[in-house]
Design a protein around this ligand. Structure first.
Ligand code: CUA
Length: 337
């Protein structure tokens, strides 16, 4: 005689799988976030460090509360349940219990409130006496960086000196965006019409991500920038390079300049127009098209040939340039360093 295993209820099995998966995700998520080099849990400024510490503290507190509440619930379910000859216990009108479960959450939420306020204040307080001011302007779908004190305008790359206080004045030229440098500071909305500020002091030299974190249209995901934190000497050299006048193009680059003017590239790509990023010293930047592609001569030529193929929805039109025109334009833009 053969025996067969009892059939498992499929909905119960699904529930069990969901519980195991949920626990795995909850347990592993902080691990994945730590392993990601660009995560806010790998902070590179004191303000971001405070935010990461607060996250860990809240995670531990929430973990203790979760285990405590669920443990008490399970204990109550089994210990006070109805048994033969005994009714289930009830606790209606137990004043002491009600005081405890009112006072404990008030105490906890009050503590979290004070800790959050302290972290917010510390994360947004200027440390140095002579901060670097930068206007950060969101456009569909790229970031403009304007250094009013240095008279430098650039796009896609925010250069800042390590150890100095940076104040970003964040606004938008069109719809609402949000500027976020996960390892350096909290998110800040970029609104048209007025500026919000981000104050931070980068602590480590390096290249960091900046992204748009407010859904702003079809290319929201490709609205990226790089933050280059460098030594004060390197930063000063970068500013001098940006302020220097551009070389006079010759040969193929000179032909490219003519195409640049006649194909009306220049009418959009200048600070006063702000329809496209300013292209002075564009060859020195690491990324193109709001971070859609790395800045290489090949990628620049691909971009000029068919912008929509690289970034569908981009405001950059396809001018149907000939291969020779693209070659000349690429030579011209590559000469702008
Ligand atoms: Cu800009 Cu999303």
């Amino acid at each position: 005689m053969t025996t067969t295993a009892p059939a498992t209820n499929p909905s119960r099995r699904r529930r069990r799988i969901a519980i195991v998966l949920g626990a795995l995700i909850l347990g592993l998520a902080p691990g994945f976030a730590l392993a990601d080099a660009t995560s806010p849990l790998n902070p590179a400024s004191s303000g971001a460090g405070g935010i990461a510490s607060l996250f860990w503290l809240l995670l531990i507190l929430a973990g203790i509360i979760f285990v405590g509440v669920e443990g008490a619930l399970l204990y109550a379910i089994f210990h006070f349940r109805e048994r033969t000859g005994r009714a289930a216990a009830t606790f209606h009108g137990n004043t002491r219990l009600e005081i405890i479960w009112t006072a404990l959450p008030i105490l906890l939420l009050g503590t979290i409130y004070v800790l959050t306020l302290r972290t917010m204040t510390a994360a947004t307080t200027a440390g140095g006496s002579d901060p670097v001011d930068v206007n950060v302007i969101g456009h569909q779908w790229w970031w403009e960086f304007d250094y009013p004190g240095e008279k430098v305008v650039t796009a896609g790359e925010l250069h800042v000196p390590v150890g100095e206080t940076i104040i970003l004045h964040v606004r938008s030229a069109d719809v609402i965006h949000s500027f976020w440098m996960p390892q350096l500071a909290g998110k800040m909305d970029a609104n048209p019409g007025f500026a919000n500020t981000i104050t931070f002091t980068p602590a480590k030299v390096g290249v960091y991500d900046a992204i748009c974190s407010e859904l702003c249209g079809v290319e929201h995901a490709l609205m990226r920038a790089r933050v280059i934190v460098e030594s004060p000497a390197d930063y000063a050299a970068w500013v001098r390079q940006q302020q220097a006048s551009l070389p006079v193009p010759s040969g193929l680059a000179q032909q490219g300049e003519q195409i640049y003017q006649t194909e009306s590239c220049a009418s959009c790509h200048q600070p006063s127009a702000a329809a496209g990023p300013d292209l002075s010293h564009v060859a020195l930047r690491g990324i193109l098209a709001g971070g859609a592609i790395p800045n290489t001569p090949d990628n620049l030529a691909r971009w000029l040939a068919d912008p929509q193929a690289i970034k569908p929805g981009t405001k950059m039109p396809n001018y149907h340039l000939t291969p020779d025109q693209i070659k000349a334009l690429t030579a011209y833009l590559e000469s702008r360093r």
